[in-house]
Design a protein. Structure first.
Length: 132
């Protein structure tokens, strides 16, 4: 069983990496803040069901969390592309779509990896081998 404090810490702290990395990538704190505005709701919308599913199925290895995070990030990128298209009343270009899906996929990978380190890694029992 994963301790509740570590799960809460994982959900509160892991999406921060998205804002920090995006601010460093773009050189703008505004873009970092925008990344956080997207990362936190999507972490709740997609991350909570994934954590519940993975906990029930006992999928607790790092690569499983990272793959799911990358997939959720790619879905987020597609959603963001659709939202941008709706705001502009036209479809986004293929290069922009690819960029957003890839960028959000990497953000999802980073968030899931950090979540795993914060929430799942601490659940190991003393003397037990690392499942990742």
């Amino acid at each position: 069983m994963v301790p509740r404090r570590s799960v809460l810490a994982g959900f509160l702290l892991a999406p921060l990496i998205s804002g920090v990395v995006h601010a460093a990538h773009t050189g703008s704190a505004r873009w970092g803040a925008l990344a956080l505005v997207v990362a936190y709701p999507m972490s709740l919308l997609l991350g909570v069901p994934l954590v519940v599913l993975f906990t029930r199925r006992r999928w607790n290895r790092f690569w499983q969390a990272a793959l799911a995070g990358a997939g959720a990030g790619c879905m987020t990128g597609a959603f963001v592309s659709f939202a941008i298209g709706q705001l502009n009343s036209q479809a986004v270009s293929a290069p922009l779509f690819s960029y957003l899906v890839t960028l959000c996929g990497f953000h999802g990978l980073a968030i899931a990896g950090l979540y795993w380190l914060l929430a799942m890694k601490c659940r190991r029992e003393p003397g037990r081998a690392d499942p990742g």
